[in-house]
Every structure is written in structure tokens, then in C-alpha cells.
Design a protein around this ligand. Structure first.
Ligand SMILES: [Zn+2]
Length: 149
């Protein structure tokens, strides 16, 4: 009996990347400033790695740094790796996804208080998971003991 073999090997949780995502996440590129879709996103939710879905930044830490890239004053615990980057002739701290090693952006020290940090991240490297706010509904299946009238 012949078995049909289909090879669908994927790296852990790896998602399909667009050429632009590949360039930035895997070849450490940088998107053009003010071009990112998530730059002006003000919705509540979680920013994740575009390559592997790793949760990275909360919308609560996002701020407008005016630099043209989505900026965050803090990162979720234990989600990224920092490494020295000498490529531009100066030493910068490169921000990498801890799960897949994807290049996200750089870390600078001119962010707002209390952290003083600015995670300057390519929008292309990020996905966004909108927070679903559940509407609280009062149960009406019981009779109120105290009437407010
Ligand atoms: Zn990742």
C-alpha cells in the first residue's frame, strides 16, 4: 500500500509572513516611519509578534513618541530578548521576540516615566488582538428582594 506523504512542516507556531514582514522580522529591516498600520491604533488590546503570535505589549503602555513607529513604555514580562546591535555604527539595543527570534525594533532610554523606556517597534512586526469587553448583564431570572421604587 502506498502512503501519500504530504510535508507540512512548520516551525513552532510560525505564521505565513508577507515579504515586508519577512524583511523586517527575519532580515532585521526597518519600515518607513509613519507608514505603520498600528502607529495610530488607540484601541485596547494586546500587541503580538506578527510571526508567532507571542504577546508582547499591552495597549496600556503604548504612547505617541512622535518618532513614526509604534512606541511602548514597557513590555510584558519575559517576552523579548535584548541584544546589542552595532549595525548602524552606533550601539543600539535590538528588541527580539523571545519565542521566534523575530526582529521587532529597538529600545531607547527616552521614554515617559516611570520606566523611562521607549520600545520603538515596527508596526509590520506586530499583530493586534483587540480586547473583547464583555457587557455585563444583570440577571433577570430572579426576583429582586428590595424594590427600588
Ligand atoms: Zn515571535
Amino acid at each position: 500500500m502506498k502512503e501519500k506523504k504530504t510535508k507540512q512542516e512548520r516551525t513552532n507556531g510560525e505564521q505565513e509572513l508577507t515579504p515586508e514582514q519577512y524583511h523586517i522580522l527575519r532580515e532585521k529591516g526597518t519600515e518607513a516611519p509613519f507608514s505603520g498600520k498600528l502607529l495610530y491604533n488607540t484601541e485596547k488590546g494586546m500587541y503580538v509578534c506578527a510571526a508567532c503570535g507571542n504577546e508582547l505589549f499591552s495597549s496600556d503602555t503604548k504612547f505617541d513618541a512622535g518618532c513614526g513607529w509604534p512606541s511602548f513604555s514597557n513590555v510584558l514580562k519575559d517576552k523579548i530578548i535584548l541584544q546589542e546591535d552595532h549595525r548602524s555604527g552606533m550601539t543600539r539595543r535590538e528588541v527580539l521576540c523571545k519565542k521566534c527570534g523575530g526582529h521587532l525594533g529597538h529600545l531607547f532610554d527616552d521614554g515617559p516615566k516611570p520606566t523611562g523606556l521607549r520600545y520603538c517597534i515596527n508596526s509590520v512586526s506586530l499583530g493586534f488582538k483587540k480586547k473583547i469587553v464583555k457587557k455585563k448583564r444583570l440577571k433577570v431570572s430572579f426576583l429582586p428582594l428590595v424594590s427600588s421604587y
